[in-house]
Design a protein around this ligand. Structure first.
Ligand code: KIV
Length: 265
């Protein structure tokens, strides 16, 4: 079976069909996610927290993410493989090109994800021109947690909402293939989702994004920290890991997740 592609994700958006995404870091969980029909698997740098036990994603290195991406790739056949670029691996456009190429060649990424706003436009353009699809992560960008002063909802003031709108449009114009909004008021995320042509995946960004992503360990209720309010324990009501993954996928496809209680105003 051949893997889904960006073209397929664009088609879903054009048809108004939702897409689901879960993080994975190893072959066994990734196999279950792939088998459930989840469209995108993200090898997220959240592995620094849920796998390595750190209190942020900052200690994750290129070597770590490539290793986990290889594990995920080995057991999956259908889901699009998106891989995070770790903290400081894209500080300059040249560094980003070098490291994104490694994620594709060694980690088998189909899309690389990086965190930041309009300042990344040159980098996104360079990667895109070289054939590397990019997803730009906006809103709450966990790699900037110290600068943001904590894990807080972004885009609540008119000035920061306007910055998000402009960042999204600038990065789309630079060639970004997808956007990801984390912890953004639902109304703002819905407005930007309608305004851009590329798929928008949300986490804590309301039900009107084109797709939804959760950290696997949060949605199974097995993270060692506190589960974020925008996540939901699907295992509690499903009884098994495969059933929980399927329940998440179906809830996203039918716009039943996220509910208002998992969203921000
Ligand atoms: O690293 C990660 O898991 C992520 C998600 C929170 C979107 O970036």
């Amino acid at each position: 079976m051949s893997r889904l592609s960006l073209t397929y994700l664009r088609k879903l958006k054009a048809n108004g069909e939702k897409m689901s995404c879960l993080t994975a870091y190893d072959a066994s969980f990734a196999y279950l996610i792939d088998a459930a029909g989840v469209e995108i698997i993200l090898v997220g740098d959240s592995l620094g927290m849920v796998i390595q036990g750190h209190d942020s994603t900052l200690p994750v290195t290129m070597e770590h993410i490539i290793y986990h991406s290889q594990l995920v790739h080995r057991s999956t056949h259908k889901s699009v493989l998106m891989v995070d670029m770790p903290f400081m691996s894209y500080a300059t456009p040249e560094q980003a090109l070098h490291n994104a190429a490694r994620l594709m060649q060694e980690g088998h990424a189909q899309i690389v994800k990086l965190e930041g706003g309009a300042w990344l436009a040159e980098t996104v353009q360079l990667l895109t021109e070289r054939g590397i699809p990019v997803c730009a992560h906006l809103g709450l960008t966990p790699q900037s947690v110290h600068q943001l002063g904590g894990y807080r909802v972004q885009g609540r003031s008119e000035a920061s909402a306007e910055r998000l709108r402009q960042d999204a449009l600038t990065l789309q114009a630079a060639g970004a293939s997808a956007l990801l909004f984390e912890c953004v008021p639902s109304v703002l995320a819905a407005e930007i989702t309608r305004a851009v042509e590329v798929p928008v995946i949300g986490i804590g960004a309301g039900v009107d994004c084109d797709g939804q992503v959760l950290v696997l360990y949060d949605m199974l209720g097995i993270s060692h920290g506190k589960r974020p309010s925008f996540s939901k324990d699907f295992l509690a009501e499903s009884g098994s890991v495969p059933a929980a993954i399927t329940a998440f996928h179906e809830a996203v496809k039918q716009s039943r997740f996220p509910a208002a209680e998992h969203s921000f105003s």
